[in-house]
Each structure stands twice: as structure tokens, then as C-alpha cells.
Ligand binder design. Structure first.
Ligand code: 13P
Length: 336
């Protein structure tokens, strides 16, 4: 087993998943202002540190993705944030892309940037304890998009990113997110997501990536959020498994889904259904942002000093997701 593969398994095996707490300051400001909290570095740290020191971190969270601001912050108990995360047994990770910008010659679409200077930035992140990284490419579905240009250029950037990360001895999370926004059908989502993922692997292979040392972070196959065509959890599971079986090489050890705007319950229920029917060798787990943090954030915003109440909600969500990652979740457990 390679060193990279060992890191992957520490992060996602045995019912563990990833806490995506890497919202950029812009995104975190939207999340905090939506619950009437001002978005200062201190408040961003206080909420995140409350989650990172929760009890269920040990059992349910194998890795935490951080944003550049947080990886350099000191927690209130005098430990650097990456050290606080490591003390729970989880591995600190870092978002290294610098965001999605307008794609020239297809300006309604996005290209994710951040390759310039990446090798030097990775060195600094490694020194403070990061052992895995994230890069998110983003695609919309409509009658024109995603275009071949957006698919190809983002897949190329993801592969160049992954090569630099593995060169430094870290695990790249490869995240090609096909957005849920839109009125497209689940079938369109299946077709477009399959095309995007297949192109990503074509580029990853061209760039000689060790596929046993990556984590794929895709969307589930869902109908668009404005579509009339609602699909059941059984169909989500069937289509998601079909997509991944046909698009992901078998050397890849694991897949950690994003929640992408699903509610906490939907993201848990769908992951559980996928695992109940998982007839692949891939580990299928979570790398959730909103679906792990939403209830905790809402509660915390009402009383930022109530650490225990906030942690209780986070602990519950983490436990539910961990059960779903093993196909052992059921709705009745939500009320316990
Ligand atoms: P959500 O689970 O909120 O979609 O966030 C996951 C993530 O990391 C998106 O890049």
C-alpha cells in the first residue's frame, strides 16, 4: 500500500467522512450574515473551533478541509487549528484553488484558478500539517452547457493540480461539481456528470496520477432543483452508482460526495441508499459542508456561547452521516 493510499484510507475508511469547513471568506460571510452574525475572523474561528473540538470528531470525521485563513489560526486553547484537528485523530486538509472565474470564450461558464505558485503554497501547507488538499471545478447544466471547452479546461487544471499535490506527498481531492441549480432532469445530470468525470480521469491518467492516492468528490445524480421531475432516493442511488461504475477507474479507493444544497436529511438518506446498494469496490462516504453544519450554525447563531448545544447538533449530524456511509442509517434514528 502506498503512503498516499494509506492517507486516503485514514480519512474515509470505517464509516468516517470529511467535514468540508473550507468556505472562502466570501461564502462564509454569506452563511454567517444569513443567520445575523457578523463575519469577522474571530467569529469564523469560534464557530469552526466549536465543531473541531466536538466529541464525534474522533469516531466520524477522518479529515477536515480548511480555508487558508483557518489553517493559520490559533484556537482558544492555544493549539494551532491543524493541531487541534490532529488531536482528534482527523487529518487536516486545505482548499488550494483560488476560486472559479469567468472562462474566456465561454463567459457564462467558470474555470477554476490557482495553479500559479501552487508548488510553493503546498510546501507551506505541508509544513503546518496538511496531508490532503481540495480543488473544486464547477459546471452548470442547461441546453448549451457544460461546453466541451469548460469540461476540458477544468479537467486539465484538476489533473495539473493533482500532480503537484501528489509530488508533495499529499492526497488530492478531485472535485468536479455539476451543480444542482436548474430545471434539468436527473437523466441530464447523469449524462453530463458522466461526461465530466470521464474527461477528468482521461486527464488524470495523462498526467500520470497515482489513482490509488486520490479521493473523488462528485455530486450525486439528482434532478435540478427547479425541475418538476423529482426523483426518489432509490433512483438517486441507482443513477449515481451507474454513473460512477461507468466513469471511475477501479484503482480509485474512495468517493466522498458533496451535499450541494441538499437538506441535511436528503444528503444523509441518499448516501445511505447508495451504500445499501453499493455493488462496487469504492468506499462511498461524505465530504459535506452545509449538510454537516447547517443546524449547528443556526443554533450557534442564537447563542454563540452555547458550545455544548452547538456541539450536540454537530455530533448528531456527524453520527447520522457516518451511519449512512455504512448503509446503517434510518429515519427513526434522527429523533433519538
Ligand atoms: P456542500 O456539502 O455544502 O456542497 O460543500 C461541499 C464542498 O466542499 C463544496 O466544494
Amino acid at each position: 500500500m502506498s503512503e498516499l493510499n494509506e492517507i486516503v484510507l485514514k480519512i474515509i475508511a470505517d464509516g468516517k467522512g470529511i467535514l468540508a469547513a473550507d468556505e472562502s471568506n466570501g461564502t462564509m460571510t454569506k452563511r454567517l450574515t444569513s443567520v445575523n452574525i457578523s463575519s469577522s475572523p474571530e467569529n469564523r474561528l469560534l464557530f469552526r473551533e466549536t465543531l473541531f473540538s466536538s466529541e464525534k470528531m474522533k469516531e466520524c470525521i477522518g479529515g477536515v478541509i480548511l480555508y487558508d485563513e483557518t489553517i493559520n489560526q490559533m484556537s482558544s486553547i492555544g493549539k494551532l487549528i491543524p493541531d487541534l484537528i490532529s488531536s482528534s485523530g482527523a487529518i487536516p486538509g486545505i482548499k488550494v484553488d483560488t476560486g472559479a472565474k469567468d472562462l474566456a470564450n465561454s463567459s457564462e461558464e467558470k474555470i477554476t484558478e490557482g495553479l500559479d505558485g501552487l508548488r510553493d503554497r503546498l510546501k507551506k501547507y505541508y509544513e503546518v500539517g496538511a496531508r490532503f488538499t481540495k480543488w473544486r471545478a464547477v459546471f452548470s447544466i442547461n441546453d448549451k452547457y457544460p461546453s466541451k471547452l469548460a469540461i476540458h479546461s477544468n479537467a486539465h487544471a484538476l489533473a495539473r493540480y493533482a500532480a503537484l499535490v501528489q509530488e508533495k506527498g499529499m492526497v488530492p481531492i478531485v472535485e468536479p461539481e455539476v451543480l444542482m441549480e436548474g430545471d434539468h432532469s436527473a437523466k441530464d445530470c447523469l449524462n453530463k456528470t458522466s461526461e465530466v468525470i470521464q474527461k477528468c480521469f482521461e486527464e488524470l491518467i495523462l498526467h500520470k496520477i497515482d489513482l490509488s492516492g486520490i479521493i473523488l468528490k462528485p455530486n450525486m445524480i439528482l434532478a435540478g432543483s427547479q425541475s418538476k421531475d423529482k426523483i426518489s432516493k432509490e433512483e438517486v442511488s441507482e443513477k449515481t452508482l451507474e454513473c460512477l461504475k461507468n466513469s471511475v477507474p477501479s484503482e480509485v479507493p474512495g468517493i466522498a460526495f458533496l451535499s450541494g444544497g441538499q437538506s441535511e436529511n436528503e444528503a444523509t438518506e441518499n448516501l445511505n441508499e447508495i451504500n445499501k446498494n453499493n455493488n462496487t469496490n469504492f468506499i462511498m462516504t461524505y465530504s459535506y459542508g452545509r449538510a454537516l453544519q447547517q443546524s449547528a450554525l443556526k443554533f450557534w447563531s442564537k447563542d454563540v456561547r452555547n458550545k455544548k448545544g452547538t456541539q450536540d447538533l454537530f455530533n448528531h449530524r456527524a453520527k447520522m452521516c457516518s451511519l449512512a456511509a455504512q448503509g446503517k442509517w434510518s429515519i427513526v434514528l434522527e429523533d433519538k
